[in-house]
Design a protein. Structure first.
Ligand code: GAP
Length: 435
């Protein structure tokens, strides 16, 4: 078994309809992608699993869906307007632009290979700008949010009050963010439009270290629980010069991507930076009042911030397996059942009406519970191969014996083992395995 390359994964993603380039019929625009029928299911499942573990299964975290467009003051208070930049250098020889801190050799242009040709680094602003309303004036300037987190901080008091929350508690949000990245790339890894899954956990300052350690473990285990290979995951603390302007300590959960280890999720101790800044800029008192001690203070914040699109990509890479079966190579996506786009495929052995009828009836019954694909084209072998390649855990074959014994053959994606199951037990059989 060889490890998949970036090209293998991006080809599969395009061929099977997981991901397409945005505006492809016009030649495509760089760094924005469209999630096709399978990709949107996988991405939704990743986000739903995050929401289930971070919000549904806990009594100390609530959810939020805040607006992408926010007052410009939000980004002035948060520090983004001033410092959310990356160092940009331009090669005097070939005019290519690069992000200095991501270059392997900061003196050599990776595009033309020349050394000593870079201009002085300039801070390049990462926030997309636009104007609110019909007039393109400076007063109407607003930004597309570069992180979902600020919507949480500006709603801190609304949510605390309306939900009568006591420390420690968290607010979770999933949604789009935008960054005008200097060097987007590696397929959907670094894009200019992407989705984040972020949670701000508010704690007393003296408990911050404990919660920081707690969230590292919780988040690491989340990836393992969804089947990610442990040896492909690691936690890397940031060096002091890597820290974001708001952070007093950050670790990254990194994945071993085909090119190298790279960030999947950041877990930061943002101290009381954000609430303090918003209180100062807005004039609204955002301190927490502790009734027991009669004290008012700014809580600290521990923030696990993951990329939904990037995580989806990592799950796709991790699930990809090529294996030899009877001298043939079989490609399988061994996605965790909860992440697989389709849970069950219904495959009538022939296109004859007598098989299509029962196959449709089974499909419409199972659809009430799971995403199901009814596939009637091509040979059964090719259809199995397609389902393996898109990660469908179970394939149900309706054959001519079905007409006699009211039973179907259920094939398991990973073991390829087949069971004969009576139709009236099928829901229970699949339920036991899919949950
Ligand atoms: N609120 C903190 C924050 O935004 P970050 O480390 O800049 O922290 C969190 O972003 C996560 O968002 C990253 O770990 C990554 O998974 C994802 N992310 C950031 N920039 C991205 C981009 N350009 N494309 C895809 N995902 C991105």
């Amino acid at each position: 078994m060889t490890e998949p390359t970036l090209e293998t994964i991006s080809n599969l993603a395009k061929k099977r309809g997981f991901v397409f380039q945005s505006s492809e019929i016009y030649g495509g625009i760089r760094s924005a992608y469209d999630y096709g029928p399978l990709g949107v299911e996988l991405l939704r499942n990743v986000k739903e699993e995050w929401w289930r573990t971070m919000v549904q299964l806990r009594d100390d975290i609530v959810g939020l869906d805040s607006a992408i467009l926010q007052a410009r003051q939000v980004w002035q208070a948060s520090g983004h307007e001033e410092v959310f930049t990356d160092p940009l250098v331009e090669c005097r020889n070939c005019n290519a632009r690069h992000r200095l801190d991501k270059l392997e050799d900061p003196d050599t242009c990776p595009t033309c290979g020349k050394t000593g040709t870079f201009t002085e680094p300039k801070p390049f602003h990462l926030m997309f700008r636009t104007h609110m309303g019909p007039v393109d004036s400076d007063e109407n300037l607003i930004y597309l949010r570069p992180e979902t987190a600020q919507g949480i901080f500006t709603n801190f008091e609304n949510i605390r009050r309306t939900n009568r929350l006591k420390l420690p508690f968290g607010i979770a949000q999933v949604g789009k963010s935008f960054r005008n990245e200097i060097t987007p790339g590696q397929f959907v890894f670094r894009t200019r439009e992407f989705e984040q899954m972020e949670m701000e956990f508010f704690v007393r300052s003296e408990e911050a270290d404990e919660w920081f350690a707690y969230w590292q473990e919780e988040r690491f285990n989340w990836y393992l629980g969804l089947g990610m290979t442990e040896s492909n995951l690691r936690i890397r603390p940031h060096e002091a010069d890597e820290l974001s302007h708001y952070s007093v300590g950050t670790v990254d959960i990194e994945y071993r991507f085909p090119w190298d280890w790279d960030e999947l999720e950041g877990i930061a101790n943002r101290a009381d930076f954000d609430l303090r800044q918003h209180a100062e800029h807005s004039g609204v008192d955002l301190r927490y009042y502790d009734q027991d001690t009669d004290e008012r203070f700014f809580p600290y914040v521990i923030e696990p911030a993951a990329g939904a699109t990037r995580t989806t990509f990592a799950f796709l890479i991790d699930a990809y397996v090529e294996e030899k079966v009877n001298d043939e190579t079989r490609t399988v996506l061994r996605l965790h059942h909860r992440l697989a786009p389709y849970k069950v495929a219904i495959l009538p052995l022939s296109k004859k009406e007598e098989l299509i009828g029962p196959a449709e009836r089974i499909a419409s019954e199972l659809r009430k519970r799971w995403m199901v694909e009814l596939d009637v084209t091509q040979s059964i072998g090719r259809r199995y191969r397609r389902q393996d390649e898109i990660g469908t855990p179970f394939a149900v074959t309706v054959d001519f014996d079905t007409l006699e014994d009211d039973a179907v053959t259920v094939r398991d994606r990973d073991s390829m083992k087949q069971d004969r199951v009576s139709i009236d037990r099928l829901l229970e059989y699949l339920g036991e395995r899919l949950g």
